[in-house]
Design a protein around this ligand. Structure first.
Ligand SMILES: C[S@@+](CC[C@H](N)C(=O)[O-])C[C@H]1O[C@@H](n2cnc3c(N)ncnc32)[C@H](O)[C@@H]1O
Length: 270
């Protein structure tokens, strides 16, 4: 069976599993998880920031310029990379985080105030904007992107949002730029992984990050049920001995390492 049909079947199966197992706020008893529910899942983004991101997203969706897109992730079909000409509008449509989940990123940064934020997979920079607009002034935001031409689109979006100087964009394969990022950021407070959706690289990045984490580090993993491989990677990561709380929102998985929390895996309706 072609791999995209297998992936679709997996997503549908996992979605029904999520619907049948996910719980609402009423069944969340831990004070930390309840605080998460109210401040991260229920809170709305400020009107001004929402409008700014919406404006940049809709301009991107109308941008018919063609760029040479280099794919170093799951779309490269096992090769080091593949190249294809793509319209910017298509890149934005197919890769940018939805507003609903962008709001989760924004609220995580607003509420927990991480000082060092690291993103895997900038694409056109839409998710980076949610992180950048929510961050505190003294925090550091590093984002990594393998495709140089897509990174140029992201830089132009950062300029439009007046956050270009607040973001450091590293271009190159994650495996080679991650050590550069970690040199600048020996301690990581929030990491968002949204690129190279395959099991082994995902586990490799997680393991490379572990020496740089601490009790309050938050991991956000995108597309955790995008494929069988991604669900396996998510299951391995959430069962890591350092993880105390994992939250499955179907599209996104969030992990906390706080030792003071009793071990819990929550599947929350969102
Ligand atoms: C899903 S998109 C990111 C979308 C972005 N976070 C957003 O929501 O606006 C994933 C990005 O990761 C990049 N990527 C995938 N694998 C990579 C790798 N091994 N090294 C560097 N970049 C990679 C792709 O080029 C792509 O732009």
């Amino acid at each position: 069976m072609p791999s995209n049909i297998l992936k679709k079947k997996h997503q549908v199966f996992q979605f029904f599993k999520y619907i049948s197992r996910s719980r609402s706020a009423h069944s969340v008893h831990s004070p930390f998880a309840y605080d998460f529910y109210t401040n991260i899942l229920k809170n709305k983004i400020s009107g001004q920031d929402r409008k700014l991101i919406q404006r940049i997203r809709s301009k991107g969706l109308k941008n018919r310029n063609i760029i040479e897109h280099t794919d170093m992730g799951a779309g490269s079909g096992g090769k080091t990379y593949t190249r294809k000409y793509k319209r910017v509008s298509r890149i934005v449509k197919n890769t940018a985080i939805s507003h609903k989940f962008g709001e989760v990123l924004y609220n995580l940064v607003r509420h927990y105030r991480p000082q060092n934020i690291l993103e895997f997979g900038t694409a056109a920079g839409i998710s980076t904007l949610y992180l950048a607009l929510a961050r505190t002034e003294d925090s550091q935001l590093v984002t990594m992107e393998g495709c140089a031409e897509t990174a140029t689109v992201a830089r132009s979006n950062f300029k439009k949002a007046h956050v270009k100087n607040d973001i450091q964009l590293l271009t190159g394969n994650f495996a080679s730029v991650l050590p550069v990022a970690m040199e600048q950021m020996p301690r990581i407070d929030l990491v968002y992984i949204d690129g190279n959706h395959t099991k082994e690289p995902m586990l490799e990045y997680f393991n490379m990050l572990l020496p740089h984490v601490h009790n309050d580090t938050i991991f956000v993993l995108d597309d955790i049920h995008w494929s069988g491989e991604m669900t396996k990677a998510w299951d391995i990561i959430r069962n890591n001995e350092q993880v105390t709380l994992s939250i499955d929102l179907f599209r996104m998985g969030i992990i906390f390492l706080k030792k003071e929390l009793s071990s819990q895996h929550l599947i929350l309706r969102y």
